[in-house]
Ligand binder design. Sequence first.
Ligand code: ZN
Length: 536
Amino acid sequence: MNRNFALLTTVAAAGIIAGCTGSPNSSLNTSIGPRTRAERTGYLETSHYADVIAFLDSLKGRPELTFGSIGKTNEGRDLPYVIASRPRVSTPDEARALGRPIVYVQGNIHAGEVEGKEALLALLRDLTNARRPNALDSVVLIAVPIYNADGNERFAHQAENRGSQNGPEMVGVRANAQSLDLNRDYIKAEAPETRASLAMFNAWDPHVFVDLHTTDGSYHGYALTYAPPLNPAAPLAVWTRDSMMPVLRQRMQSRHGFPTFDYGDFIDDDTLSKGWVTFDSRPRFGTNYYGLRNGISILSEAYSHDPFERRVKSTYAFVQEILSLVAEQRAHVMQTPERARQVPIRSQMAAAPDPVGVVAEIVERTGDSTRTQPGVPRGRRRSGRFVTVKMPVYERFKPTLLAAVPGRYVIPQQDTAVVRVLRLHGIVVNEAGANPPSMELMGDGYVFMIDSTVTAARPFQGHREMRLTGKWRKENRPIAPGSFLVDTSQPLGLLAVYMLEPQSDDGLVDWNYFDPELKPGGLYPVFKLGGSPPTP
Ligand SMILES: [Zn+2]
């Protein structure tokens, strides 16, 4: 991931000596079929784009697999996907007809974080080698192993591209070819990779989204850390957190020997007892975004100080256990959540009810400037000594602002860029006056009066993010023919609310879609038609 909290004093892991022991179903089986570049090189190297394509080509003809491209990168590379299922499916309709959970697993969004790519390739091979029934008899797997293909090809030394990672020596970069972080692009959707994945989400409507990463440096005691959707508006977030993750955690330990925990960093490496904090709730992050599409999502973060081989194996085991648990829990996984009348649009981090023992490794000063291990700063050395410290664990968010859900949002005719991005997300937008004629010409609703506009001091991802303060006023208003209408009762109504509310922490206001129309004392141009009074 990327919160460079990293470091210096403390930390990490209980099961340093690698290797995935445990149940036979946890081990990669390289005896039948192609080997990944990582496997062929004894985990000294990771796959280039051409290696991924060649590996997938060598799986062609296996009866469970369908191959395709989700779209093209800036540099014209096709982004391969593989659908794996018994019986084979090649269309969303065929997948739906099976009545099984659809699980979308993505590797390589941050292209220096390479084990997801390798694990997914190996898993596709092994699941289709297996003679006994396995997850492919119970779920439909959509694998996208090399999502940031352009970033993958910008190979440089790990010390340069991934400063806190224990090999392999040469890896790609975090950003795509536009210098965008794809894991901040899920709302604004400015990258072709994002648009391609949104099109896949719209077409296949997966029940579960899994995003494979590597941690950024803190020295903890876990082979892998994870997060459910962290946005409190995500309807299945609590179920994922409280019902799925504890089971996965237990199985990773008992079946594979891999300790796992909630993703996070120590607040203060010198005073561990201050706590352990997760990252962010906003839907610019893929797994949070996917929660707002009413889905289940899981962020997977292999431990960056583990050797590459162990990271591939822990990621492999985690995806395998997710597939199996999703199959077992299909009724919950496939549920359609109830529609909310109020949606949290801002939130703040909060601690789990009770303090938890978190494992940290002591990192020592060497007294000189030698490098002891790739990914460990010069002058520091991992000690192999671990401490378990009880501390508050901040792994959840609580709402700080709720929005009342209107019947519809009315968007002025000129805001075509807004309409375009909503449609990229699969949100249905209709034109007033056309469908059906004359029905929506006048309506009771609410307008947002802007008190102030607050522009971020520093640019982020090419934007200066925007915040509004103000209040709502009831109004009866004509709806101009040609305006655009977004009905919140549609399947992606929740996502539409999050994107269109003027005070949302990650909506289209934030990403500057409305900037020319926003002035203190003026009105936010989107009108809320119908529904209950907005909260102040
Ligand atoms: Zn990452």
